[in-house]
Design a protein around this ligand. Sequence first.
Ligand code: IMP
Ligand code: ZN
Length: 343
Amino acid sequence: MEEFVRGMPKIELHAHLNGSLTTNMLEELAETKFGLGSPECEFYKEKIADLRNFSSKNLSECFKIFKISHELITNLDLLKKATLLVIQKFHLDNTVYLEIRTTPKRCKEFTKLQYLETIIDSIKESQSTYPEITVKLLPSFDRARGILDAEETLEVISQLIGKFPNTIVGLDISGDPSAGCFKDYKPLLIKAKLLGLRLALHCAEIDGIEDETREMIEFGMDRMGHGTFIKDENLDLLKKNDICVECCLTSNIKCGTVKNYDDHHFNEMFFQHKIPVVICTDDCGVFDTDLSKEILYAVDTFGLDKFDLFNLCKLGIKYSFTSDETKAIITNRVSAYFQNCKF
Ligand code: IMP
Ligand code: ZN
């Protein structure tokens, strides 16, 4: 089965750019930035070493791990290098369709506009280097950065979307779920929808926020990140509103919101409630995983067979934020792969 899953054309719908950088990639960025053997490079290498085998019992703690890549990527060349490395990693794992999400940032060397333009540029470049993988971009609002930052981000998106409507296809809300209130973001989300963006929102990542979860589902979204603590009426509402749930198994375990693979809500949602789900990586770099491994964890834990895998691929294509034409091309590739195997 491992060989089958590795070779399978895969669809990744929930991958944060900075979280997808592996420790080796972070080291490469530190070497490029500071020079091999320099004291600064060694300082970061020690910090990066601490990331290996990361796990936490506290979700808020987890957000500290992104500080390293945020500190390292301080110019556009490093950002481009990071983006290309991440796309290459997914391509080497036979991902044929990838939606990357990232929070636009600014620093001394670049503006948010340049941040997004550089990623779009890198995506374009990757399309000629790796024509087998289609890549789209979802800018993120980071709840911890607040509403003014999100407003600024939306303004930048509105400047770019006319030029790149086939690359910027959606919007994500992520970051520490205990920061801020969803309702503050509603006016911005309404504007984002008017710009033609689809919504993929982190939701119900922690327990005890049922009211906010209901408010988010009622507001509407195309896909939901995690949905770990969805229960009772919210589960019915989710089903009724045809929202696809992005399940990130290892991420939830390493961040301490799910105890172990056996307990993961993917099982109930997919098999029992027949909710559309996709298996995703979230932060494959810092959590030391990849899409094939995530699918194999689900295979080993829940006994998925090839028929289930085919269904999951079809759900990924259906709920992706791409054109019908691209969906048809990916469907053909996936179908051809499954036609050649025995069920
Ligand atoms: P970036 O947006 O490319 O910098 O990717 C890292 C960012 O993604 C983090 O700073 C968080 O805002 C967000 N992120 C990554 N993983 C999670 C998660 O599991 N829940 C919520 N937000 C996340
Ligand atoms: Zn996420």
